[in-house]
Write a protein that binds this ligand. Structure first.
Ligand SMILES: Nc1nc2c(ncn2[C@@H]2O[C@H](COP(=O)(O)OP(=O)(O)O)[C@@H](O)[C@H]2O)c(=O)[nH]1
Ligand SMILES: [Mg+2]
Length: 380
């Protein structure tokens, strides 16, 4: 920017002193208000002090041409929370959208240590050999500045990350699940436009992230280990009911018989559960991500799923519903944030909270007063 002021670049040109936000020099595109630590890492890794910002055309052509460097930058752009980037990001997304969607999106969940990352590497390498192009993303709502535990995983996906046909992207750093969700969904679209035909999404955080990842993928895989009790694995009926396949991993060495037994047991249990996908029976399988045994069979299951759900129209219906969910969850997120940022709401909040906590007004009255404030005067 030629403007030497420290006003943020998204401020209107004639903005006066009401814009109290200042831009720190030398910091470009931080994440969630964290002055770009991730960006700084990326820049030093790339060995260049500060990249020239690309034009929309350059982003789109780079992504479509499979330029990994530009793809990485495009994802950083859509992950950015800076308003100045959002406009470009949305334009890039709009342009790549017609080229997206031509992939199978697979979510992978399971407790830490189950072997998700190891499985992804084994599956990813197998798929690359089969001529596929594989993008690996992680969704970790708990990762804030450090970009999460996937950093440790990346070293485990060493072989895959060196493969030209694969692309590995760690979790976007963000404080909110909603933020992470938006970014991950948009990242999926960008990867698809770049020609990746298999998208593997690893849930890294435990708990809330399963439903989130389920809501952005076609096929959902629950990775488990034999021997550990179900409770230990955090496996609740609810999570099993989200899965299109259960995979007992580490079926190797001494553990092999136990893994086979666990597979049978899960298959029995699955009879009593509602399937996650219409017209598809969820089953348990066993594999070893270490030896690769059973990995091709898992892929056969995914292909079978894809064929069946494509023919029945269930896949398309799911994707349309997911897109609409996405729209409304973004609307909700927007409303929530404008509510809490609203000047009037901010002004009366403490007092109302106090009154509710001390039992002076019922919660319904508190809600009414907050909403009246929010809707009544638009000075926020
Ligand atoms: N024996 C055996 N070990 C495995 C297998 N898959 C993963 N592991 C090991 O289990 C540990 C956790 O794996 P990781 O992929 O990081 O699990 P994640 O937390 O679910 O991503 C690592 O030490 C892996 O080497 C497998 O199929 N067999
Ligand atoms: Mg992992």
């Amino acid at each position: 920017m030629s403007d030497k002021s420290t006003k943020p670049e998204w401020a209107p040109k004639d903005a006066g002193s009401e814009f109290t936000t200042k831009v720190m020099r030398g910091v470009s595109g931080g994440h969630d208000g964290m002055p770009g630590q991730a960006g700084a890492q990326a820049r030093s890794a790339a060995g260049s002090p500060r990249r020239r910002r690309l034009s929309v055309d350059e982003y789109v052509e780079g992504v479509r041409g499979g330029d990994r460097n530009v793809l990485g930058q495009a994802i950083t752009l859509v992950e950015s929370n800076a308003l100045a980037h959002m406009e470009t990001a949305q334009e890039v997304l709009r342009r790549v959208l017609p080229h997206s969607g031509r992939s199978i999106r697979i979510g992978i969940t399971g407790v830490p240590g189950a072997g998700k990352s190891t499985f992804i590497e084994a599956m990813g390498l197998y798929l690359c050999e089969q001529g596929h192009r594989v993008a690996v993303l992680a969704v970790d709502p708990s990762s804030k500045v450090t970009r999460g535990s996937i950093l440790g995983d990346k070293t485990r996906m060493e072989l895959l990350s060196r493969d030209e046909r694969a692309f590995i992207r760690p979790s976007p750093s963000s404080g909110t699940l909603g933020g992470v969700t938006r970014k991950s969904r948009e990242t999926i679209l960008v990867c698809e436009a770049a020609g990746f035909d298999v998208i593997l999404v690893e849930t890294v955080g435990v708990g809330q992230s399963e439903t989130t990842v389920r809501s952005m993928v076609d096929f959902f895989l629950l990775v488990m280990i034999a021997g550990a009790g179900d409770e230990l694995q955090g496996i609740k009926k609810g999570i099993m009911e989200l899965a299109d396949a259960l995979l007992v991993n580490k079926a190797d060495g001494d553990n092999k018989p136990r893994a086979k037994a666990a597979k049978l047991e899960y298959n029995r249990a699955l009879h009593y559960l509602a399937p996650a996908t219409d017209g598809w029976q969820t089953r348990a399988y066993a594999c070893s991500s270490l030896t690769g045994e059973g990995i091709p069979e898992v892929w056969t299951v995914v292909e079978d799923f894809r064929k069946k759900t494509t023919d029945s129209g269930v896949l398309e219906k799911r994707r349309r519903a997911q897109t609409m969910d996405w729209v409304y969850s973004m609307v909700e997120e927007h409303l929530r944030s404008s509510f809490f940022k609203h000047a009037g709401v901010e002004r009366i909040r403490a007092e109302i909270e106090h009154e509710v906590m001390w039992g002076r007004i019922p919660p319904t009255v508190a809600v009414q007063r907050l909403i009246n404030e929010f809707e009544g005067n638009g000075d926020g």
